[in-house]
Design a protein around this ligand. Structure first.
Ligand SMILES: [Zn+2]
Length: 291
């Protein structure tokens, strides 16, 4: 069969298009994790918002009276732990075993972790495993002596608090976690369950720690949603909260305060109030309000 010029031109064009399409497809497939990180860093698919300062009616409540009042939950969810604000030696973190697994966590995140881990299985068919949970001061010291470049200074690791876990799925751990659907799901949905990627790819200057897509930290709502959507780090978020001011975020009023002779100011119309020390000397009050 003799090909005329026109047919030959069509064949060459179609082949070229197919080749380019295949190459682009393959490149995109093998770089899914890079494209994912690019989108995360540029806030693609995220909804930016502001914290609005408000002045609701407040009342002063003695912290010791909050302990047995069902309106209050006292936890450790908002503690900032880093090289500047280290965990005090011997600090009594509320550690509990997670569902008879020999994995230990801060008690405030047990339910949230169960929900996240269930969501990972439902959405991706994979089981989420924990590679590192609570570390004692001695364990962190040993890690630090072994590898001071990678391991955090004793006292500066969140792992001591039980407020974080390092997670993975079969065959995808560490940096490779993002190459799995489950890893990308955790990195783009954990905030819905109250977790943040504590050392995000865009936050190295702020946290001093390189991107750890596997290290999830519980802080609860609405903080986790806000940090995710506004590409913040926990350091930046806590710094944003001016001492003594009250901010509204949806159905929550948030406030960072120093205790005044044991008293904290809380919104009068708040029904559920969570109070956590932030480890800088102040407390973060997260109050659900009835509009
Ligand atoms: Zn970790």
């Amino acid at each position: 069969m003799k090909l005329n010029k026109k047919t030959l031109k069509i064949i060459i064009t179609v082949t070229a298009i197919l080749l380019v399409a295949t190459t682009v497809g393959l490149l995109a497939y093998f770089n899914q994790h890079r494209i994912f990180v690019f989108c995360q860093n540029h806030g693609i698919g995220k909804t930016k918002s502001n914290l609005e300062a408000v002045t609701p009616e407040t009342e002063k409540i003695l912290m010791s009276d909050m302990e047995n009042n069902p309106r209050f939950t006292l936890d450790q969810s908002m503690m900032l732990i880093n090289t500047e604000y280290t965990a005090a030696e011997g600090f009594d973190f509320n550690i509990e075993e997670y569902k008879d697994t020999t994995v230990y966590m801060n008690s405030c995140m047990l339910d949230a972790y169960a929900a996240l881990s269930q969501a990972v299985t439902d959405k991706t068919g994979k089981k989420l495993y924990v590679s590192s949970d609570v570390r004692t001061r001695e364990e962190q010291e040993a890690l630090y002596l072994e590898d001071p470049k990678t391991a955090t200074l004793p006292g500066a690791s969140e792992h001591e608090s039980g407020l974080c876990v390092d997670v993975y799925v079969a065959y995808y751990a560490g940096d490779a976690f993002l190459k799995s659907d489950a890893g990308r799901f955790v990195n783009s949905h954990a905030h819905k369950y109250g977790f943040i990627i504590r050392y995000p790819s865009y936050g190295e200057d702020s946290t001093g720690i390189r991107f750890e897509p596997w290290h999830i930290r519980y802080i609860g709502q609405p903080h986790a949603e806000f940090i995710y959507n506004n590409n913040l780090t926990l350091e930046q978020y806590i710094e944003m909260l001016e001492i003594g001011k009250l901010y509204q975020n949806g159905e929550y009023i948030i406030s960072r305060q120093f205790a005044d002779e044991g008293y904290l100011s809380v919104p009068k119309n708040a029904t559920e109030i969570t109070v956590s020390p932030d480890n800088t000397g102040a407390y973060i009050i997260t109050a659900k309000i009835n509009n």
